[in-house]
Design a protein around this ligand. Structure first.
Ligand SMILES: [Cu+2]
Length: 283
């Protein structure tokens, strides 16, 4: 029995090698591990192009931003007794009314037009909704402009074992801070993202413009006018306490900041205002 399982693992591994050898060379994405299904999601102003149905388990998602504004894709799983209509009605009322109806399941963080971001998430069967919370210049979040799409996660074929994802670093989301290396090497890498807080958290990464400082960022966040003093460099969207995900990065040298835009349910203040802001250098 054990022998059989070992052989099966070996076959799967070899298949992965063959597939990797034959597949097209992907410049900006990293093959995360053998046998993880890949899906692509496109964002435009203001819609998602995404598969209507995916199988449960580990899924690698590549978001490509074909719009003129920054976008992200947040996956949220509706609680078992909640319908898409009920969630939308609650969201129209307020985010505070809608959030208890879902669990946050990660997603590809905010990227500028023309860029892409790959992440790996673990999905359980159920009804999901894809959301973009990024605001336009008028202050209205994209989801209010129609940037919302349903997605069904169905029970997949039996996976003997979860494939293991090799991570170059593990970073922690805490109430209200990040545990991540102060210095990061440039180039392609995978970060395992773990939410060890009691609240929902995310990591959004911005790259400071030449000669720009944290003060410039703070001033822009307070009063967003003109061009931002930073570029959106991806990240991993909000996940529930105790959950994990994987973030693929290809960072160029420079000064970066990790941020969490998730609001505190009690006060409505973004976690970044409560200390969830951390500068780091890539060199
Ligand atoms: Cu947070």
């Amino acid at each position: 029995m054990l022998h059989h399982k070992f052989l099966l693992t070996l076959v799967v591994l070899l298949m992965g090698v063959v597939l990797a050898a034959c597949g097209p060379a992907a410049a900006s994405t990293i093959a995360p591990a053998v046998n993880i299904p890949q899906i692509s999601i496109k964002s435009t102003d203001y819609a998602f192009e995404a598969p209507a149905k995916v199988e449960a388990g580990l899924v690698s998602i590549t978001l490509t931003n074909e719009g003129k504004e920054p976008h992200h894709v947040q996956l949220a799983r509706l609680n078992d007794d909640v319908t898409q209509e009920q969630f939308q009605a609650a969201l129209q009322e307020s985010p505070e009314a809608a959030f208890p109806l879902v669990t946050f399941a990660g997603g590809a963080g905010i990227i500028d037009p023309g860029n892409s971001q790959q992440v790996t998430v673990e999905l359980t069967p159920g009804q999901y909704v894809l959301l973009c919370f990024v605001p336009s210049h008028d202050g209205m979040p994209h989801l209010a402009k129609g940037m919302m799409a349903p997605m069904e996660v169905v029970k997949g074929s039996e996976q003997a074992e979860m494939p293991e994802i090799k991570a170059d670093a593990t970073i922690k989301l805490l109430d209200f801070s990040f545990a991540l290396p102060a210095e990061v090497k440039p180039g392609q890498q995978v970060w395992k993202v773990v939410n060890e807080g009691k609240q929902v958290h995310e990591i959004a990464i911005i790259k400071l413009g030449e000669g720009r400082t944290m003060e410039d960022v703070a001033a822009f966040m307070k009063d967003p006018h003109g061009l931002p003093p930073f570029a959106d460099a991806g990240g991993f969207q909000a996940i529930d306490p105790g959950d994990v995900g994987w973030l693929n990065l290809n960072l160029q040298p420079g000064n970066y900041v990790a941020l969490c835009y998730v609001p505190d349910p009690a006060t409505g203040h973004a976690h970044m205002e409560m200390g969830m802001v951390m500068p780091f250098t890539v060199k």
